[in-house]
Design a protein around this ligand. Sequence first.
Ligand code: UN1
Length: 493
Amino acid sequence: MQQFHNYINGSLTPSSHGNTFTNINPADTNDIIGQFPLSSKQEIDLAVDSATKAFSIWSKIPAPKRGDILRKAGDIFTRRKDELSAIMTREMGKPLFETLGDIQEAIDTAYYAATETRRLFGYTAPSEMDNKMNMSFRTPIGVCGIITAWNFPIAVPSWKILPALACGNTIVFKPSEDSPYSAHIFAEILEEAGCPPGVFNVIYGDGAAGSFLVEHPAVKLIGFTGSTQTGKKIAERCGALNKKCSLEMGGKNAQIVMPDANLELALDGVLWGAFGTTGQRCTATSRLILHADIYDSFINALITKTTQIKLGNGAHAATQMGPVINAKQLEKIIHYVSIARSEGATCVIGGDVEIAGDCSKGHFYKPTIFIDVTSDMTIFKEEIFGPVLAVSKAVSLEHAIELANNCEYGLSSSLFTGNVDAAFRAIRDIEAGITYINAPTIGAEAHMPFGGIKGTGNGHREGGWTAFEIFTEWKTVYVDYSGSLQRAQIDNY
Ligand code: UN1
């Protein structure tokens, strides 16, 4: 079996002990991909030391030169796109067309970040005194600890890592245990692009490795994507340790459909939003809010189309929906479905594991729809992270928005309507970081702010220009060329 090693200071570095975890193909659990180290504190210390040393060099390289390396990384991601897509599909299950999109998002981010290295704009403002200049510019933060989930094994890490590098920070990256191979390739690509040793490090492991990273005094920032439960713990520790932390956590995203919408489009939208990536996106459509006038007919059409979804191994060209990530996640879905039934929601399709044919080898769950879901039910409120859609009825746009907002999360949202007034009301009133009009809740583009309000985030946005806010501090500079002591607020008034 292939043994993988941490990537520290530009080298694959065997760990000081033999503890490992196994990376398994979720579509075929007999397919073992390899073993990765369960890193201990010693490995994390080594990686952070190497990132600390590299920071003094990397942060002083002119930003546009760092950008040249990122552009090259974009070129290499492009060159290795097919190969990497197959690796990603094998280790986390989503179909090849989706993993290709995942890599494209990293390519877009690489080119965007490269360009931004020539635009890390600061501000100047007039001084309140004569012969004095005021300016403010961005500085890097230091060693950043990046901890991510497995559902976008390349795109989501790229949203953090590439802008962070553009700004002059160095990185210790702990990927999810369910997608370590993608992180290994990420390191290969940055190395080939010319990233100096120590600038980017990868350590594998479980929650303990993540905790060592959070606790390490030389790590100045934590960028995290994952569950709200873990994110809150990280935020608490970062608060106590006075570290900057940026969190992207759960969602319970609603798509609203009004009777005046293009209903075929709305149907395709909800199918892609709810069952794309097997519902395992933080932006997945997990709630559908239908206007009462179309409730029954829309549900009937939805059931018909859902029966046509082809489940299977994501490596096969015909597959539209892959497995869920692991046995634990499958159990979680089974658990939520049984709660939904016991609370009185009606399952109209799915509601069970899939074990037929190809699916017998992995962790498959049928695309599942519950109707007559009310706002007091658990499946209306809690994130499942699987192919389970909860459908509720609304009597008006206002009622639909009220239902959409009746939720502890605030990541993505969607409204299908043909009425421009309704669209703008929804844009104003829906409580979410992202609102789509006539498009599903998934499909964010790399150059736009990404993130959520309420229980989803802590005020930061990845993607676009906003990522650069996370990964920089402001340095304010006053240059007094008057030749005399000018006391602000005292001598000038
Ligand atoms: C996620 O939802 O986990 O917006 C990330 C999208 C993708 C990224 C999603 N571009 O659906």
